[in-house]
Design a protein around this ligand. Sequence first.
Ligand code: ADP
Length: 482
Amino acid sequence: MALKLGITGRLLVWLSTFVLIFYGTILILFINIQQIVKITENIVSNNFEISSISKKMIENLLSMEENEKKYHLLKKDIYIQNFMAAQEEFTSNLNKILEITPSDSDASSEWREIDNSYRHYAFDPGKPGEDITIAEQWIPEKVINNWIDKISRTRTKNEERIEAATRELNRHGQKSARNGLVGLGLSGLIGLLGILFLSNSMVRPLKDLLKGIHSISKDQFNTPLRIRSQDEFGELARAFNEMATQLKEEEQMRSDFISMLSHEIRTPLTSIRESVNMLVEEVMGAINERQRKFLEIASMEIGRICNLLNHLMQVSRLESGSLQIQKRLIDTSSFVSGCIRHLSHVAEAKDISITVQIPPNVPNITGDPEHLQRVFLNLLDNAIKFSAQGSRIDVAVNLAKNRKDLIFSVTDSGPGIPKEEQVLIFNKYYQAKGTRDHVDGVGLGLNISNHIVKAHGGEIHVDSKVGKGSTFYFQLPATGGK
Ligand code: ADP
């Protein structure tokens, strides 16, 4: 499924999800803490207050009972006053409790019951002129004890409520801790997954692009990049594909043009060459030394152009896939020594020695001897071309690690090739910067060699250090048996 969101959109979605979960967690924690605060407030401002006031009320009742008894025994007015003071305090405490108890709670109905019963016995100052004796105001001991019992029971219930609220507090605390942990864990997970997803969605197309760029620089861009998303990376991949197709089309046009031109030039050039040769061989009559010298230079130059045209036509044939490979069994040792013999006079001219190392009982190879010879000669020719006068070239054949392939190598101690150019030298017309102006060549030999080796199921590569020299390898499947 193609992603419709751009990079900014995706970053925004990820960030919003992260922020949403993070702040959601904080909100839940805030709500939990508010509930805890409410319960705590209720305990502190209600239940603890009720507990302490009700304790005082019991003390008031006990004081009333005690003063009543003392008065009956000693008949002193002070006990009446004490009784009335305790009663007054009791009334005020009862009113306070009724005030702080929420009217719709169980506790409120319990206290109202005590209040109703108490009002029945409340001190009556009487009408003016009416003589009400204190004896009529005493509250029977039984009634006071009954109230003490009731208040004690209500106090116990209040304590039970405090305990229940404390348990509730504990539960809320645990819930908050759990919610906090889950929320933080979740936002951490979302953050991590988001980073992984985003980096993957950016790194993958970049890797594809890098692969595409490498394949273009290796002249092997055949499959367009996959457009995975509709974002900026998708646009980049599309633009890259367009550019690569355009490059390929232009390359094709150039190649067709060169191929056409080579064909057109080759026929008249062959006639010119033949004519020059006939002149040199004095078929048309005698020539003087000066004329011979110029005609020989002309013949050499025409030979060079013919060679170049052959190379160009070969490349176009290789590219169009019309290269005919006629495979035969090739004796490895004779193949190598034959190639070296072919170029020994060129090496001798530069006083270059060539060493050969071939293991005994080396297996044979199967391939087109003519084409494979072209590869070997090209590598050897380059080694001689780029080596200094009087140096040494080492040729070796070794069995590959997989013991199925043979590796042919040509090592020289020439100028070497910079690392960044080692891939490029296998491209058409590419010549390394350091050697471009010094030696003959058009940069086609390695490209042709690469095509030929690949057509044989092998591969070619170079190992080189600037200033130290180069080793060119080509690996071919061995056939086994001598
Ligand atoms: P040509 O030799 O005709 O220029 P090639 O395709 O054979 O073309 O080689 C391409 C380029 O690779 C050369 O121009 C040179 O820059 C580099 N090269 C090839 N062989 C060697 C070597 N043995 N030492 C240094 N550079 C080399």
